[in-house]
Design a protein around this ligand. Structure first.
Ligand code: NAD
Length: 480
């Protein structure tokens, strides 16, 4: 097994070294291949996502297939622009010269993806890695076996399988892959394994992108459109894989006086979305495995919180389904408030004044996403300047990730590095500094034998007013 893995990596190295992945035409062809796969295989993909996590067809299309297609189209549209060297200002010190940043592929990269959006989280980084001209190994999650084996079967049919490979497997296969030298590792998953990935990368000084999770807070002020707020919270929580999403609202903070109104609005919306018996709804994903199901049951049946349920609580062990469940005023030292929930449980924490929520959030590890619902512009500004989070969204949840012009990634324990749109291309590229001179423009002052007069000239050129003036005359920006 290890031999075939090693042979695969070796082949990728050889293909990359031969320059096979570099031409724009090769990159565009592969991107069109991924696009074609996502288009022609929609039904098979939907079936696999349903088999893995009971994902409703609409969510499979909207949150996975369409986003993959849109990433391909965006990369295809912008590929030439992204690949073009970026001219930057020259400096007097090197006059005459031109300067540019040339994007070059990193080499052979490893993408390790997670089970909850097993298509999107696999292909979105791969799309950027291809666009940037790399050879790629994709290791999908074994916790979503149907999608993993579908990707292993389909990708080689649609892309250049000598340069883009899928290696399936779980912990031991991933551990073995991590032993190899990569030019970048892009990992999506929990922070415990993120640490393992980072430790493995250190051995070869391999740069990493870690797309991790955390507890995403939602602050709800009283100055809101209540019905819209409730719908958008519910859509971001239960409408995203039944809460099994990295940017799903993890807990709500609102004021004690507003909590009853918000709770009533959420109940109404949930009944409308999923009916009187949500366990029967086909629009709610199931929990992915019995282990994950039991972890969530332990969390909701914990005696610190079990009497705090104000809505839901139903579960079906056979179908691995848990209904949307809301808790009010759970203790901050309960497991529910200490661990990432990653499921359909939603605690509401109350504070006296809404501003107190900032301190509470900042006392926790930095989240992947933070949400605020309010019409109060002062509170909005304070939120933006006070809360550190991978990303933030005002008056909605989760949908910020659909904008390819925004980087998507964490900060602190919610991750390092970012991707989406051009940011994925950049994550898999090296921005090479290129300074280009001719043989003119010789300055004697630069060369030994040194003298105080030469030193004066050099200082003037580098930091003096005269140097700055000459730079300005020559069209160089001052002070840069
Ligand atoms: P997972 O169980 O699918 O694991 C992720 C990957 O890690 C898999 O490919 C798996 O094979 C590999 N892995 C597991 N154990 C390993 C080990 N010991 N050594 C090496 N590799 C190992 O997914 P998960 O971790 O349960 O995913 C859920 C977590 O991921 C949550 O914390 C969630 O917030 C986070 N997440 C983040 C994003 C994001 O974009 N930031 C997206 C989805 C999920």
């Amino acid at each position: 097994m290890e031999e075939s893995r090693a042979a695969a990596v070796q082949e990728l190295r050889a293909r990359f070294a031969a320059g096979q992945t570099r031409p724009a035409e090769w990159r565009a062809k592969q991107l069109r291949g991924v696009l074609r796969m996502a288009t022609e295989m929609e039904a098979e993909i939907c079936d696999a996502l349903h088999a893995d996590v009971g994902k409703p067809k609409t969510e499979a299309h909207v949150h996975e297939i369409s986003l993959v297609k849109s990433s391909c189209l965006f990369a295809l549209k912008n590929l030439k622009k992204w690949m073009k060297p970026k001219k930057v200002h020259a400096r007097l010190m090197t006059f005459p010269s031109t300067a540019r940043i040339t994007k070059e592929p990193l080499g052979v990269v490893l993408v390790i993806s997670a089970w909850n959006y097993p298509l999107l989280l696999s292909l979105d980084p791969v799309i950027g890695a291809i666009a940037a001209g790399n050879a790629v190994v994709l290791k999908p999650s074994e916790v979503a076996p149907a999608t993993s084996s579908l990707l292993a079967e389909l990708l080689p049919r649609y892309v250049d399988s000598a340069c883009i490979k899928v290696v399936e497997g779980g912990v031991s296969e991933t551990t073995a892959l991590l032993e190899h030298k990569w030019d970048k590792i892009f990992y999506t998953g929990n922070s415990k394994v993120g640490r393992i990935v980072m430790a493995a990368a250190v051995k070869h000084l391999t740069p990493v992108v870690l797309e991790l999770g955390g507890k995403c807070p939602v602050i709800v002020d009283s100055n809101v459109n209540l019905h819209v707020t409730a719908k958008r919270i519910a859509a971001g929580k239960w409408g995203c894989n039944n809460g099994q999403a990295c940017i799903a609202p993890d807990f709500i903070i609102t004021t004690e006086s507003f909590a009853p109104k918000l709770l009533e609005a959420l109940k109404k919306v949930l009944e409308k979305f999923y009916g009187k018996d949500p366990l029967l709804s086909a629009d709610l994903s199931r929990v992915v495995t019995p282990n994950h199901f039991n972890r969530l049951l332990d969390m909701m049946d914990d005696e610190m919180v079990s009497d705090k349920i104000v809505f839901g609580g139903q579960r079906d062990e056979q179908k691995l389904k848990i209904a949307p469940t809301i808790f009010l005023d759970v203790p901050l030292d309960s497991a529910m408030m200490k661990e990432e929930i990653f499921g359909p449980l939603l605690p509401i924490i109350t504070v006296d004044k809404i501003h107190e929520s900032f301190g509470l959030i900042n006392s926790m590890t930095k989240p992947l996403a933070a949400y605020l619902f309010t019409r109060d512009s002062k509170l909005q500004k304070q939120f933006e300047s006070t809360i550190s989070a991978g990303g933030m969204l005002l008056n909605d949840t989760s949908v910020h990730l659909t904008n390819p012009h925004l980087p998507f990634g964490g900060v602190g324990e919610s991750g390092t590095g970012s991707y989406h749109g051009r940011f994925t291309f950049d994550a898999f590229s090296h921005g090479k500094a290129v300074l280009h001179r001719g043989f003119g423009g010789e300055a004697k002052a630069r060369y030994p034998p040194y003298s105080s007069a030469k030193l004066k000239i050099m200082k003037g050129v580098l930091v003096g007013k005269l140097g700055a003036m000459i730079q300005a005359i020559l069209g160089f920006p001052r002070g840069k």
